[in-house]
Design a protein around this ligand. Structure first.
Ligand code: ADP
Ligand code: ASP
Ligand code: MG
Length: 592
């Protein structure tokens, strides 16, 4: 018999009427012949209200007690949902995370799922019930109640669909699918018929609040298609699957994060182990770091900038100041008035001129770019927060994200689970479900680096640089621009194929003199070492593990970039092979 998981978010169960409407959807699926597992969030703003309540008692509520409190929101709505279904004449049983056997680690408020028991779920389903599971919660080994992080009911739903090998995982919400950007922010955003796991993972972690990013990690790892659709209509929504909607398009979505703050450490001694010292201290406080930019140092010193969640800025600063003292770095400063705007697309890995287009759109709108990082499938820039909305708008328009596809999109067809299913289930039982998995450690020794230093801090410079570079037919891979320091000068580095280095340097020198930059340096042979897998950013330890392995071998890092699916570091070309061996050894236990 086929099995469907249906998840209803907070706004979809906000009132008794909405609970009854959701109950009817589940009953309809049951009557169509499916077994149905519902996953429910807390009603409306219940979770926010509970947090406010706790904060009125104390400004430092113990994390364990917060989870005890927050889990009650979902417990309420799942009981009410069971009552609704029963009142409509069908059988239903509600179960909390603990009653199902959702086992997690003991990281309160950000717990990760280790395993899910299926015996009780299956028994209750086989007795003809609709099962209503409380989202967002589990228990640790000591039976403490844990929660999975804000928005975590999505993760409960996809995880249940994965362990039960459900035929469908439907996420019912207050929008009718995934849009090219938040439709509440940009009404012209277009609903997409399908989006790939990798793109959705990036978008979710770059600010698209529509899905909990860890739910997409489950989808990708266990090959579970996710259907995001409206609670209030019956029209099909968006499928999150392996294949992108339009592989030919460089960009498939854009997102904005306003709750990040920038930390800059100046004059960091440019020698192995310094980044490790700093990031290990931040990771020890469980803070995730994003947009790391370390630009090649002049006179043995480098500037290191990165962003952290705004609400964790103070804690992160404490950690960084300690580390900076220890490694003999200079001033540590913070900037709290920035926002990050990103574009994502699997197609950009194969096209030139994508970054240029983004920078040009921002320049035309007079928006200054503070910092730039790129990875294979995303470009992020840091801009002044008060201009970020406009930045998102112009970028969304520049990539024509509001325009419908020229050709009709072929409908996505489900693959039969076939023999695959057994292998996936075996893998599920062997591991902690949310453990890190690394697919590949690789070395690319084909590139060279160009660095323009002393770049003036004014709109349009990055656009001019990459206009000319692209115009000269040079294929740029990685772009890194540091945040301007107190002298208001930035450093812009990019990597190019080795045989295009001479040409690139000529172009860069011309630009540097036209734009009164300080100078151009280059390295004829660099090595790009990459670790790829699933959910690398939520596992804050991955970058640290890389830095540690390389530092132990005395290898210095020139450039760093991170994404959900890949962490890249650039090192000296002669150190590539050695670095590769170090990384293979460091990740041997999680390499699958
Ligand atoms: P739920 O309570 O159902 O979990 P959320 O509020 O968590 O719902 O997520 C739905 C909201 O996500 C939408 O109302 C929308 O404003 C927002 N959102 C952000 N980015 C996107 C996007 N790219 N596509 C669709 N919705 C988005
Ligand atoms: N109720 C929780 C929250 O508001 C979990 C969820 O809705 O997914 O974050
Ligand atoms: Mg949500």
């Amino acid at each position: 018999m086929s099995l469907i998981v249906q998840k209803f978010g907070g706004s979809s169960v906000a009132t008794p009427e909405k609970i009854l409407a959701a109950a009817r959807k589940a009953i309809r699926a049951k009557l169509e012949g499916h077994q149905v597992v519902m996953v429910v969030s807390a009603m409306g703003d219940t979770t926010d209200d509970l947090i406010d309540l706790a904060n009125r008692i104390t400004d430092k509520p113990p994390a364990r007690e917060m989870d005890m409190l927050l889990s009650t929101g979902e417990q309420q709505s799942c009981a009410l949902m069971a009552m609704a279904i029963t009142s409509l004449g069908h059988k239903a049983v509600s179960l909390t995370g603990a009653q199902i056997g959702v086992k997690t680690d003991a990281t309160f408020r950000k717990a990760r799922i280790k395993s899910i028991e299926t015996a009780r779920l299956k028994k209750v389903l086989d007795e003809g019930n609709i099962v209503i599971a409380a989202g967002f919660q589990g228990i640790d080994d000591d039976f403490n109640i844990t929660t999975l992080g804000r928005g975590g009911s999505d993760t409960t739903a996809v995880a249940l669909a994965a362990v039960l090998r459900a035929d469908a995982c439907e996420i019912y919400t207050d929008v009718d699918g995934i849009y090219t950007t938040d439709p509440r922010v940009i009404p012209e955003a277009r609903r997409v018929s399908r989006i790939s796991y990798d793109e959705m993972l990036e978008l979710a972690s770059l600010g698209a609040g529509v899905m909990h990013s860890r739910s997409i990690e489950f989808g990708k790892k266990f090959d579970t298609p996710i259907h995001v659709r409206s609670s209030f209509t019956d029209i099909p929504g968006t499928m999150i699957v392996a294949e992108p909607e339009r592989p030919d398009m460089p960009v498939s979505g854009a997102a904005i994060t306003k709750d990040e703050a920038l930390i800059t450490v100046q004059a960091v001694p440019d020698k192995p182990g310094t980044s490790l010292e700093i990031f290990a201290r931040i990771a020890a406080r469980n803070i995730s770091v994003d947009m790391i930019v370390q630009n090649v140092g002049e006179s043995g010193k480098a500037d290191l900038s990165f962003t952290v969640p705004r609400n964790e800025l103070d804690t992160a600063l404490e950690a960084v100041r300690d580390a900076a003292k220890l490694v003999g770095a200079g001033t540590v400063s913070a900037n709290d008035s920035v926002a990050k705007v990103s574009v994502v697309g699997l197609g950009m890995a194969r096209q030139t001129g994508v970054a240029e287009k983004m920078f040009r759109a921002l320049a035309a709108a007079g928006i200054n770019i503070g910092m730039i990082t790129t990875s294979e499938i995303k470009i992020s820039v840091l801009v002044p927060r008060d201009q970020s909305q406009k930045a998102l708008n112009v970028v969304h328009t520049a990539f024509e994200l509001d325009k419908p596809p020229a050709k009709p999109i072929e409908a996505w067809k489900p693959k039969a689970h076939g023999t695959d299913a057994a292998a996936v289930v075996a893998r599920l039982q062997g591991l902690n479900m949310e453990d890190l998995t690394i697919d590949d450690v690789s070395l690319d020794a084909s590139q060279a680096r160009v660095t323009i230093s002393g770049v003036p801090d004014s709109p349009g410079i990055a656009a001019k640089v990459f206009e000319q570079v692209a115009g000269a037919g040079i294929f740029v891979d990685m772009i890194v621009q540091s945040y301007p320091t107190t002298e208001s000068l930035a450093t812009l580095s990019f990597t190019v194929p080795q045989d295009q280095l001479d040409h690139s340097v000529t172009v860069a020198k011309k630009i540097a003199s036209d734009l009164s930059c300080r100078g151009v340096t280059s390295s004829p042979k660099i090595a790009k070492l990459s670790v790829s897998g699933v959910g690398l950013r939520t596992h804050t330890g991955v970058a640290i593990r890389m830095f540690r392995a390389l530092s132990e071998a005395g290898i210095n890092l020139d450039l760093i970039n991170t994404s959900e699916v890949r962490v890249n570091v650039i090192v000296d070309g002669n150190q590539g092979e050695k670095g590769m061996k170090q990384l293979q050894a460091a990740f041997a236990d999680v390499l699958r």
